[in-house]
Design a protein around this ligand. Sequence first.
Ligand code: ATP
Length: 332
Amino acid sequence: MRPLAFSLLRELSHEHFVSGARLAEKYGVSRSAVSDALRDAKNSGIRIFSLTRKGYRLAAPIELLDVDRIRAALGNTAKRVDVEVLATIDSTNSELMRRATGGAPGGFCLAAEVQTAGRGRRGRVWHSALGDSLTFSLLWRFDKGAAQLGGLSLVVGLAVLRALRTPGDTGLRDPHSVALKWPNDLVAGQAKLAGVLVETQGEMLGPTTVVIGIGINLNLSDTQKNNINQPATDLNALCVQLPSRNRLLAGILRELVLVLDEFRVTGFQTFKAAWREQHALQGKAVRVLHVDGSSLDATVKDVAEDGALIVTVKGKVLHIAAGEVSLRGAKQ
Ligand code: ATP
């Protein structure tokens, strides 16, 4: 979607029509440029009514990301993070990795309205749609080597969970409807609500640059749900009312800074018990899926200090490293 479309969307309301002439004048473009840009937005899934002589009106309100609103909601954390909002990018993780190579500082957060090539682990696709999800990445720098950062993606999940449970930022009808799923997902029941993708750059012994990517579903369309090859859910289904994307982003960043500060000192060890308590599959029978298509039936026992999942298979204890496998409840 072209940048003009994002600017125009900020001018539109779901309550009244705004004339094409006014939009064209404000942005110094022709009326046909306005109409083309808004057609772009429609093609990206935004429902816009247009009427000759009246102009354009949104079918439903959308809240685009806004750096000032995010900063206001960050409170003191605004001193620790710097947020940039992009209209569209391939993947916020890929772009932040590129910026990290160019010297972007720790605490830099890149959020995007649209990801054209959102990624999950092992090259998988992360689906999102304009205004209906929150996708962003945070750059963090550690003195340690990547080998000492085991469990990082797990504590990131915990931070997101804490933010979702903060009254006012999200408004989950039942705060316990959301739980963690090893290694890096947030789920409601068996359905995936959010995913975390942690990528690292650096030497074995450090320092390490970490890019933490987070995608959360706010309002998935049926088409999107059908495109995702596992059960998925959104905050719309779980909250009293749809949370503000700007406040939600700020709330997650606040919790992330807290856990990353602690993690820097203690590693995963101090989070282990809290994480296990929120693990949806703790003590449960699971199926461990390997990349080669093979699978293993196991029972979840615990999580290790390096973030590995401890399971038993026919009485034998196994440590499973994140990155190698996917986990499913046995009944899925
Ligand atoms: P799994 O969820 O199978 O363990 P993973 O942890 O490797 O896989 P992620 O990297 O978290 O997966 O995300 C990619 C996977 O998540 C995709 O393969 C797809 O199944 C699912 N997915 C993609 N987009 C969404 C979305 N918006 N909401 C929920 N699930 C999604």
